[in-house]
Design a protein around this ligand. Structure first.
Ligand SMILES: Cc1cc2nc3c(=O)[nH]c(=O)nc-3n(C[C@H](O)[C@H](O)[C@H](O)COP(=O)(O)OP(=O)(O)OC[C@H]3O[C@@H](n4cnc5c(N)ncnc54)[C@H](O)[C@@H]3O)c2cc1C
Length: 469
């Protein structure tokens, strides 16, 4: 029988949710053990961050490092499949300080920065250590966690509280039978990174580009700039469409259907086809399947789920990392109160935190349903700059705030904008008054190269010089 190690909090998983929770809890003086299955840096999908991440990352103490490492993101451009309709949403329209400029990150590096930061703040971090069992049902209310390290050594740990941040494995939810798929969002993504790309169409200003693929795929393409000549690009489509295409490609003799399918779908967009000419793929094709699910029983007296372990929704609005870190911030504060005993039996702080978290997830889910509703507006049609159309100023600002991440504290205030988008009659009027203008379809937020790329390019030059010594 192995010796049991005792801690205040055990965190499963060292992605953005786990490492930020570990940082905040360790800073509050709790003894935190974080167990991560992989050796970092490891590749991960989800590279485009919402501006509302900025203050959280600042509080975590990593913002200066992020500024040096990654492309800055001033906004997002939605395009329809044929490239005929597009709108560009610039965050500085509503965010008037430095935080409007978000980040396009290489997740392997970004997650590693956050994980090292957790260790720097006092958490004990063990990589290449998988959690294989977690018991949250003991009468004593302590949790018992069993882990296996890379050498196959088994360890048993005990703690007052368990944070499940195991991502889409949703460890506690899956083991307890609490995870179920959201069938209406049953989709798969295939993606990679490409180098030697000439950035155009707004990418050269750091913009995210999202292309709606239409009714057959019920999906979309993303293209984000990760460097001066590097992009991440991928497509998301409904599983039934993917199965049909996979069969078709195999019948036609495809030796690598994932690669062929990804290229086929990306080339459906003339814009992406042009970008990829002369480029080279930098990492093997990645597949993320069946990714939409929900989990119930998000917290109990001795455990809490954060990030994708709490539930996952379609990533069309690049909201995942923000939802994860923001949830960790609210939930860590509630755990801190509980562990300090500042409560009278009932953890109201946790209830309040999860009410806000569920409000935010439900809100994003409503935005997503709207995106996929063929009878409703597409986001490629739904923007405006508001200078000339004061009547719709509020609706337009609401759209910018929603896309920036303002949906934890303030989601109720967007009801009016939702109603415009959801009602075809109201939307037609809005479109006529607001959208059909030349300036709004420009692929630009007028960002300068110095703002978007300079720090990262200088850091790369320094790195190359150091390696040459
Ligand atoms: C196609 C696609 C595109 C996306 N695009 C975006 C985007 O542009 N912007 C955005 O913000 N989000 C995006 N997301 C969502 C984003 O990837 C996630 O929301 C985010 O990574 C969640 O962070 P997390 O810390 O909860 O989980 P993860 O980042 O997945 O981390 C979980 C960690 O737990 C570890 N782990 C799992 N099980 C165990 C175990 N048993 N023991 C020990 N360790 C374990 C894993 O190794 C992993 O490192 C996208 C997702 C998909 C699928």
């Amino acid at each position: 029988m192995s010796k049991t190690n005792t801690h205040d909090v055990i965190v499963i998983g060292g992605g953005p949710a786990g490492s930020s929770a570990a940082t905040w809890l360790a800073r509050n003086g709790h003894q935190v053990l974080l167990l991560e299955r992989e050796k970092f840096p490891r590749e991960h999908v989800g590279e485009s961050l919402l501006p509302f991440c900025y203050p959280l990352l600042q509080d975590l103490g990593v913002i200066d490092q992020l500024k040096k490492n990654f492309v800055r993101k001033p906004g997002v451009r939605f395009i329809d499949r044929d490239g005929n309709i597009s709108t560009t949403w610039c965050f500085d329209h509503v965010i008037k300080d430095d935080t409007y400029l978000s980040f396009q990150v290489i997740r392997g590096e970004f997650d590693h920065i956050l994980l090292k930061n957790a260790a720097k703040n006092g958490a004990e971090v063990r990589e290449e250590t998988s959690v294989v069992a977690a018991d949250i049902t003991s009468e004593s209310d302590r949790v018992t966690v069993t882990s296996l390290d890379a050498s196959g050594k088994k360890s048993v740990h005990s703690a007052r509280f368990l944070v499940d941040a195991s991502g889409r494995d949703a460890f506690v939810g899956a083991k307890s039978g609490w995870r179920k798929p959201r069938e209406e969002l049953d989709r798969t993504a295939i993606w990679s990174h490409w180098g030697n790309v000439k950035l155009t169409g707004g990418l050269e200003e750091g913009l995210s580009i999202i292309i709606y693929m239409g009714l057959e795929q019920k999906g979309w393409i993303w293209v984000f700039p990760l460097g001066e000549n590097r992009i991440t690009a991928g497509f998301v489509a409904q599983n039934s469409y993917l199965r049909d295409q996979q069969r078709k490609l195999k019948e036609e003799g495809s030796k690598d259907w994932k690669q062929d399918l990804c290229m086929q779908e990306l080339r459906h967009s003339k814009f992406v086809q042009g970008l990829l000419e002369g480029s080279n793929m930098l990492i093997p094709m990645q597949v993320n399947g069946n990714y939409s699910y929900e989990v119930k029983n998000h917290y109990g007296s001795n455990y809490a789920m954060v990030g994708d372990a709490r539930g996952f929704i379609d990533p069309i609005f690049s909201s995942g990392v923000f939802l994860s870190i923001k949830t960790s911030s609210l939930v860590s504060a509630a755990i801190n109160k509980q562990l300090r005993g500042e409560l009278n039996g009932k953890n109201e702080a946790m209830e309040t935190a999860y009410k806000q978290v569920s409000g935010a997830y439900n809100f994003v889910h409503r935005m997503i349903r709207l995106f996929y509703n063929p009878h409703s507006v597409t986001w490629a049609q739904a923007g405006a700059d508001g200078k000339t159309h004061k009547d719709h100023e509020n609706a337009m600002a609401a759209g910018h705030y929603m896309l920036s991440g303002d949906f934890f504290e303030n989601y109720q205030k967007f009801e009016g904008f939702f109603q415009i988008l959801e009602d075809p009659k109201q939307f037609r009027r809005y479109k006529k008054l607001v959208i059909d203008r030349d300036d709004f379809v420009q692929p630009s937020c007028h960002s300068r190269w110095e703002e978007v790329f300079k720090d990262m390019v200088e850091r790369d030059a320094e790195r190359t010089a150091e390696l040459a010594l």
